[in-house]
Design a binder for this molecule. Structure first.
Ligand code: ZN
Length: 399
């Protein structure tokens, strides 16, 4: 009886693992302790949970046809300086919090001073959401905002500072690489993440969400995410780590991974295939924190060794051990092993860094609903086999 129940629980966990957009952290023993269980059937639409739940969380607006700004109407700041603010620290100047400038091509005549006024206005209510979470949870949360995310967390000041620095440096990287705001479209007033300390806080936060939203609203996979260390869905991503975890894995890793993945989802209007989402999240964690400690966990396969996945994927490329792209693109996340995580990282690093403008073209084509193979081939003006060969060469060279 007890055994039967245990196996049913494990199957439930597994159904969730194959179906949801939740993430677990590398090094977590949660999954390693699970017995082997039968693979459940793939749900009809893997993207349903991720796409259906989290749409609209911070997108600035529809992409028009201005070539300079991708139709957003904004470009990265000139002489961009890092900006973040941790609750309790001296109040920032509104001008420092401005995330972008008007695109001179399609927004000629607009005045950047209005963007400062917008921030002055935003500051007036910027703490409201934070105070609401404190009231609803009964937790004393520390708030940190950057130009692109608001984080409420049970962490001390040094962790908040790391988050601010890491996410700002990630945003600066994506903006200077592409020359646009297309991969940093979220804003702190509409994109937030909750970062908790220890499992009971996670359990409590779930009950708070259940009180505010109906279980139907939280989504069909809500019940299956119970017990996992990180959930990324409606109404916001939330995760916990233990005090012991935090010694080796600052909260900023999770913020860069989740917040980074959100950027490619917004840029593609939730149409990024899962390999692209996973690789982009890993890339963002690496860009922000210079090490890979997170991945989306769907099985108990051992992760790649933690650290620089850039180095590890280079070794795979040199040893000619990478999968063919058509094969890799078909791989289900529930089957991912160490090599898959490294390869998706490598593919995104290559696509984004070897030609950032073509990467933007790829995200624009995906958002129109074009199939991924066609979107890749048209954006990079290369057939998939040629693109794959160029990627292996690029990775092997260790750029
Ligand atoms: Zn423009």
């Amino acid at each position: 009886m007890a055994a039967a129940r245990a196996s049913r629980l494990s199957l439930n966990r597994r159904q969730w693992l194959s179906a949801s957009a939740a993430v677990a952290v590398s090094g977590s023993t949660l999954l390693a302790q699970e017995p082997k269980a039968q693979q459940p059937k793939r749900p009809a639409n893997l993207l349903e949970f991720a796409g259906g739940q989290a749409a609209g969380g911070g997108a600035v607006g529809a992409v028009g046809d201005c070539k300079d700004c991708g139709g957003l109407g904004f470009l990265p700041l000139k002489n961009r300086k890092p900006y973040f603010h941790v609750e309790g620290q001296p109040l920032p100047k509104a001008a420092d919090a401005v995330p972008h400038r008007y695109c001179p091509t399609c927004q000629a005549g607009k005045d950047d001073k209005d963007l400062v006024a917008e921030q002055t206005e935003r500051f007036k209510t910027a703490l409201d959401g934070h105070q609401k979470w404190e009231k609803e949870t009964g937790f004393n949360l520390l708030r940190v905002e950057t130009r692109h995310v608001e984080v409420h967390g049970q962490f001390p000041l040094p962790e908040a500072i790391k988050i601010g620095q890491a996410f700002e440096s990630l945003a600066a990287h994506l903006q200077s690489l592409t020359g646009t705001m297309e991969l940093t479209q979220t804003r702190p007033e509409s994109y937030e993440i909750v970062a908790l300390l220890e499992k009971p806080a996670m359990e409590h936060f779930r009950t708070v969400l259940e009180k505010i939203y109906t279980v139907e609203k939280l989504g069909e996979h809500w019940g299956l995410t119970k017990g996992v260390p990180a959930v990324d869905g409606f109404p916001l991503p939330f995760f916990y780590q233990t005090a012991a975890d935090t010694k080796n894995r600052p909260y900023a890793h999770g913020i860069c991974f989740l917040g980074g993945r959100k950027q490619v989802r917004v840029a593609t209007n939730e149409r990024a295939p899962r390999w692209l989402q996973e690789g982009f999240a890993e890339y963002c964690e690496f860009a922000g924190m210079k090490a890979n400690l997170w991945r989306t966990v769907y099985n108990e396969n051992p992760p790649p060794p933690l650290g620089s996945w850039a180095q590890q994927v280079r070794q795979l490329a040199l040893a000619k051990q990478l999968r063919s792209w058509p094969e890799q693109m078909k791989r289900e996340l529930r089957d991912y092993d160490a090599r898959d995580y490294l390869q998706t990282f490598g593919m995104v690093a290559f696509l984004l860094q070897s030609d950032p403008q073509k990467f933007l073209a790829l995200t624009r084509k995906l958002r129109t609903g074009l199939a991924e193979e066609k979107a890749l081939e048209e954006s990079y003006a290369m057939a998939i086999p040629a693109l794959e060969a160029a990627c292996v060469k690029w990775l092997a060279a260790g750029k």
